[in-house]
Write a protein that binds this ligand. Structure first.
Ligand code: CA
Ligand code: CA
Length: 159
């Protein structure tokens, strides 16, 4: 039973890898193997060099922990579709300028979304809500299974 389950899980991973969903090796927790997937692109509606971005932890072809940043208004939408007792922990960094350099961090914050929250939208202003994010700043984030070190890759956006 256990061996068959493992074999099935491994074949799912092989399929995911074969279609190029993610190059990262998965990490296991409570029997769930997640793949990191990140996406980003140029905003079609926001000014300047704004870029949207998404970060996901994927299992069985579903984004179980995810977050999307829309630079048009600096809105983050996040979800936790895995009722495992762990929230989605979104770690965010806003830089003082366009460059993603640790010497120029303007703000760091952590946002939590529980599975009961559904798709939860945060109008960021700055990540901690203390002010506006000016345009054309570097924004980085990743999603994590809370209380663990299982996280997606960092993804980069521009406000
Ligand atoms: Ca913007
Ligand atoms: Ca969860």
């Amino acid at each position: 039973m256990t061996i068959r389950g493992t074999a099935k899980a491994l074949s799912s991973i092989a399929v995911v890898a074969a279609i190029g969903l993610c190059a990262m090796p998965g990490t296991a927790h409570a029997g769930v193997v997640y793949q990191s997937r990140t996406l980003s692109g140029e905003s079609l509606t926001d000014a300047g060099s704004a870029r949207w971005a998404e970060a996901h932890l994927i299992a069985d072809d579903s984004s179980l922990y995810g977050a999307k940043f829309n630079p048009d208004g600096e809105v983050l939408t996040a979800w936790d579709r895995m009722a495992d007792g762990h929230a989605n922990r979104i770690e965010m960094i806003v830089y003082k300028g366009f460059y993603y350099d640790s010497a120029f961090v303007a703000d760091r914050d952590t946002i939590y979304v529980a599975s009961a929250d559904g798709n939860k939208t945060h109008n960021l202003g700055s990540p901690d809500g203390s002010g506006d994010i000016p345009e054309d700043r570097g924004v980085e984030f990743r999603v994590c299974v809370n209380e663990t070190s299982q996280c997606s890759d960092w993804v980069r956006a521009v406000s």
